[in-house]
Design a protein around this ligand. Structure first.
Ligand code: ARG
Length: 593
């Protein structure tokens, strides 16, 4: 089932071919003047330049070839040579009916499905999350859903940061505070089994302890060289799987992961895999030997590095630090080993790293090293970066206390605001309290996610919960409200025994709605190709607006039976498509509000 935009594009291509014109110029786009036409092709202008003819003449010849196409009600040449197309009522009605009958609401599947791994979220043990993690989670979740919806086989991996220097800092800090734990760690490190059950005392360590200790330890590590050296030593001990350090670390990872999984879930972010940097540790010795054998490893002041700069680089790219002078694996080391691990496990055709733009160099370095070592093929690894979510001061958002963001607090803040907004709008108030709470949660998530995803990911935006949670304007809650409204119309119809039926699109608002429904496929294709969720967000918004105009102009339940049946089908198709689009964005619609 082809969308109208593509079908007409093919018709214009055929006309170009018949005129001996370059077909690749025969592009069809939605009309700039929806009052005059539905679609337009500007190809005659470029073609005229190419073949040295008058553009209007070319446009007229193309139009002549299109005018008998039954899908086209009118074709006109405007201005210097634009071809304006109006779709016939029959073609538009047929397309709307097909969308209504299709479980995917007119969305195509990709021709050659791929195996895609999305690396996103990237939270760390104990280190608090910042807005970069939030955006990575929201955008990554959407990319995962979008690719899956297009038919790819997709796995989302949190790539938990659990193997770095912060672990040594924490092992030291926890031991300083609790001498019993310190003694146990030292004893087990001297003679113990990393596979054995952890001592009871280790299970005393809570996430609150880590949250409290980490900032202090991080600050001391910066200020005091001795403290830093000890943390490095402790990190190396952990990475050598010394039993005491290892078992204590497992407790850190466990308490952090449990809390994070709960908070991510509340945000509608669920990873298929929750693998950590530590999981690839066993691959590192073999990888280092392999890099060495391939002649890629260079000694550099006691450390071992891979040089990745290329001729023609505009600026000097630092090398990949594989083994530090203390003998530790670094952030890039685990990333390189993870490429191998994923190759052996899942075998992805494409790995998308959805991580803060500030890590662009890091990924460029890792990718180049992977290509040099033959661990991946050029183009198989892709970093998609994004800007930051800022406070009103224009700097990355911080809490009122100036601290970094806690996912749980952010969601709570959004929920509180959502409750307020629901009360203001008089929504959900007569519903049972648990249902009201569930709705508030959905409104909060919709607000946060839509505010993020409606921007092209490269741009930064300002955190403004008041605006995000409003039921008016371009917001998540507005979209939920529209979807719920359609649900309620459909419920009422059902109660009255009214059913959907053949589609007709006579009224301008009906035409507009059918054309908007048709545009779902191209919005998805654009989002997929450019890895730009905002195209789907934009479509969801336009669809809601279009429905709103339709609903105002075209009575449904009060209409004549035939008209009512047609409009009910249009409403049901809209709801299905809107819910699918929102699902791709990671947003769930409540049954009512
Ligand atoms: N844990 C990292 C951080 O907080 C993000 C991980 C991103 N993914 C990756 N494969 N490096 O910065």
């Amino acid at each position: 089932m082809t969308d109208l935009k593509r079908a007409l594009g093919e018709a214009v291509e055929a006309a170009f071919a018949a005129e001996g014109l370059p077909v690749e110029l025969a592009r069809v786009t939605p009309s700039d003047r929806p009052d005059l036409a539905d679609f337009q092709s500007n190809g005659a202008l470029a073609a005229a330049k190419r073949v040295g003819k008058n553009p209007r003449e070319i446009a007229l010849a193309v139009a002549e070839r299109l005018k008998d196409d039954p899908r086209i009600a009118a074709v006109e040449v405007a201005g210097p040579g634009f071809v304006n197309l109006k779709v016939s009522e029959a073609a538009l009605a047929a397309r709307a009916a097909a969308i209504a009958a299709d479980a995917r609401a007119g969305a195509e599947l990709v021709a050659g499905p791929r195996k895609v791994l999305v690396d996103y979220g990237g939270p760390n043990v104990a280190k608090p999350m910042h807005v970069g993690h939030l955006r990575s989670s929201i955008i990554g979740e959407c990319i995962k859903r979008l690719y899956r919806f297009r038919g790819d086989e997709v796995v989302g991996d949190a790539h938990f940061g659990d193997w770095g220097y912060q672990m040594g800092l924490l092992i030291g800090a926890v031991g300083d505070e609790d001498p019993e734990i310190k003694a146990l760690v030292e004893g087990l490190n001297a003679s113990g089994d990393a596979q054995s059950a952890p001592p009871e005392a280790f299970t005393r360590v809570t996430l609150a302890d880590l949250d409290r200790l980490y900032p202090l330890a991080a600050a001391r590590g910066k200020a005091e060289p001795d403290y830093r050296d000890r943390a490095r030593k402790l990190t190396a001990e952990l990475q050598a799987k010394s039993a005491g350090s290892y078992l204590l670390w497992r407790q850190f990872a466990k308490v952090t992961q449990t809390a994070l999984e709960r908070d991510f879930h509340a945000l509608g972010v669920d990873f298929d895999l929750w693998k950590g940097e530590s999981d690839v540790d066993p691959l590192i010795p073999g990888m280092v030997a392999d890099l060495d054998a391939k002649g890629l490893l260079v000694d550099d002041q006691g450390a071992r590095i891979v040089r990745v700069s290329r001729e023609g680089d505009k600026r000097e790219l630092p090398p990949l630090l594989v083994v530090s002078s203390e003998g530790s694996a670094m952030y890039g080391t685990t990333d390189l080993a993870t490429i191998l691990d994923r190759q052996q496990g899942f075998g992805p055709d494409l790995v998308i790293y959805c991580v803060d733009q500030r890590q662009a160099d890091h990924f460029e370095i890792v990718f180049r090293a992977a290509y040099l070592a033959g661990y991946a093929e050029e183009g198989q690894l892709e970093h998609i970066g994004f800007g930051t979510m800022n406070g009103t001061d224009g700097k990355p958002f911080k809490t009122r206390e100036g601290g970094v963001l806690k996912l749980n607090d952010l969601i709570e803040m959004a929920r509180t605001k959502a409750r307020e907004r629901l009360h203001e709008a008089g929504l959900g108030e007569n519903l049972p309290p648990e249902e009201f709470e569930d709705i508030a949660g959905k409104v909060a998530v919709a607000a946060l996610k839509f505010a993020d995803l409606q921007n092209f990911r490269g741009t930064s935006y300002v955190f403004d919960l008041d605006r995000f949670t409003s039921f008016e304007g371009k917001t998540g809650p507005y979209l939920l409200y529209q979807a719920v409204r359609i649900k309620s119309v459909l419920r009422k119809a059902e109660a009255e025994g009214a059913r959907g039926g053949d589609v007709a699109v006579a009224e301008p608002a009906e035409r507009d709605l059918a054309l908007t429904l048709d545009a779902f496929e191209s919005a998805l294709a654009e989002a997929y190709d450019k890895k730009a969720p905002n195209a789907v967000a934009e479509h969801a918004y336009r669809l809601s607006q279009s429905f709103s105009r339709f609903y105002a102009a075209c009575p449904i339940l009060q209409a004549e039976p035939d008209v009512r049946a047609s409009r009910l089908t249009l409403a049901a198709a809209t709801l299905k498509q809107l819910e699918l689009a929102l699902d791709v964005l990671g947003v769930t619609v409540p049954a009512r509000m």
